[in-house]
Design a binder for this molecule. Structure first.
Ligand code: TGC
Ligand code: FAD
Length: 389
């Protein structure tokens, strides 16, 4: 079913400018035409649909807010958010690819890279000629990346990189990886690692029940020689990767709304059409409670995301504010997916409808980019001044 109508219960449209609406229409129509028809099959087969890369680049989803001089779309933060919403209405895994490419690969090169690095990589990443991935998480260090073991030594004319990263989106086919590793003093730096460098491999992680249309893998570094010019020179320490996460988490706060809207739309339509006990189930109070709560939660999430986007446009959003929105909106979407699935009864478990796929996808979204618990602890730290990690 492809009858998406964007719920807009509080006239959020009045807060959007023409550019925001244009970006939404362009992204939405691409999702309807190119993504929706093939995504269920890709997810069932557990294959990343590479055929979508070109279109993602064309709609500006690779670097929406990166300035045009580097090939980006030069849009504001609200447009970036709306784009993520519309892509995730289609599938969280495809939104992941756009998030990683934009916020975790292009952003660190743009914000921490040299002019030479920016000119070399950003236009090709924006056009999709190069695809990137972001390696922070390790087998033994997920929520606490500061303990990472990946490391590099200065060997005079190059660095020697060793270690391993796990759960890396896009890893199996990425051309470059932004890898976070410690130098000999234990300080975290970002390095640009390129496919083909000797000792670098990217095995795929199989058998996921979630984000099946996104490729996930490992990054393994076995004495990889990294040219010195591939170190990101302008920021180091844990704050460098976390700065990228701020941008990706913000996009997810919007993205999750898209998944929730698709579940709500589907459940509402189904409830009006499905007849049981001689009447549409939409006349039943229990079903109305589910649907009414869904639209209430979506509306609250939209306002949170919009306000956060405005703060980001003014350069005023804090990391803790971003954590609150990521946590709230993903949990909201996950709950809506679970409720919406029930509205569809048995039909809800099939691939005829997108709800179960969204639900399974959101189990990753609630874990990656900082888990639900970690974001709560970030809020806790912000309001009490005490770290409870
Ligand atoms: P802590 O001592 O609190 O902080 C260390 C340094 O980092 C600074 N900092 C930040 N800087 C910028 N932005 C932020 N959001 C920041 N949060 C903290 C902080 O000021 C400090 O700086 P300095 O100069 O004093 O050293 O760190 P901690 O070791 O106690 O750890 C806490 C923390 C924040 C790391 C933890 O709460 C956390 O966020 N863990 C989650 C890890 C995570 O999100 N991993 C995500 C991996 S990437 C991913 O999942 C991609 S999925 C992609 C997709 O497919 O979409
Ligand atoms: P752990 O950190 O081991 O957490 C396990 C449980 O303990 C969680 O419930 C957590 O909330 C809880 N917990 C941890 N610490 C505390 C605490 N102090 N107090 C209370 N509870 C706590 N990473 C990347 O670097 N790049 C990627 O591209 C990427 N893509 C991903 C794609 C997918 C599909 C998935 C599933 C993950 C991806 N990740 C990626 C990794 C992701 O960021 C981590 O899974 C996440 O940060 C959590 O780490 P962990 O899985 O090791 O869980």
């Amino acid at each position: 079913p492809d009858l998406f109508t964007s719920p807009d219960y509080y006239n959020l449209d009045d807060l959007l400018n023409d550019e925001h609406k244009m970006v939404r229409e362009a992204t939405r129509s691409w999702v309807k035409k190119e993504l929706s028809p093939i995504i269920e099959d890709a997810a069932q087969k557990s294959e990343f649909p590479k055929v979508l890369l070109k279109g993602l680049a064309e709609i500006g989803a690779f670097g929406p807010y990166i300035p045009e001089e580097y090939g980006g779309a030069g849009l504001d933060q609200i447009s970036y958010g709306i784009m993520m919403q519309e892509i995730e209405r289609g599938d969280s895994g495809i939104r992941s690819t756009a998030s990683v490419q934009s916020s975790l690969v292009m952003y660190p090169i743009y914000a921490y890279g040299s002019e030479k690095q920016k000119k070399k990589y950003l236009p090709k990443l924006a056009s999709g000629e190069l695809i990137g991935c972001f390696g922070l998480t390790e087998p033994d260090f997920g929520s606490n990346p500061s303990g990472m073991l990946s490391n590099f030594k200065d060997e005079g004319n190059h660095y020697l990189l060793n270690g391993a990263k796990l759960w890396i989106s896009n890893a199996p086919f990425a051309d470059i990886a932004i890898v976070w590793a410690k130098n000999e003093e234990g300080r975290i730096h970002g390095l640009i690692v390129e496919r083909g460098m000797e000792g670098f491999s990217t095995p795929e992680t199989h058998n996921k029940w979630s984000l099946r249309a996104s490729a996930t893998g490992e990054l393994i570094f076995n004495n990889v020689k990294i040219p010195k010019e591939n170190l990101l020179p302008n920021k180091n320490g844990l704050g460098a990767p976390l700065g990228c996460l701020d941008s990706a988490r913000y996009g997810i706060a919007w993205g999750a709304i898209g998944a929730a809207m698709d579940c709500y739309d589907t459940a509402l339509r189904y409830a009006k059409e499905r007849i049981q006990f001689g009447k549409p189930i939409a006349v039943k109070q229990l079903q109305q409670k589910k649907l009414a709560e869904m639209i209430t939660e979506i509306t609250k999430a939209q306002l949170l995301a919009w306000r956060l986007g405005s703060l980001r446009n003014e350069g005023k959003a804090t990391s803790a504010q971003i954590s609150m929105a990521k946590r709230n909106n993903v949990e909201m979407a996950l709950k809506i997916a679970r409720e919406a699935r029930q509205v569809l009864g048995a039909m809800g478990i099939t691939g005829e409808y997108s709800i179960m796929r969204h639900m399974m996808n959101l189990e990753s979204v609630v874990t990656y980019e900082g888990t639900h618990d970690i974001h709560l602890l970030i809020t806790g730290l912000d309001i009490t001044g005490h770290s409870a990690f």
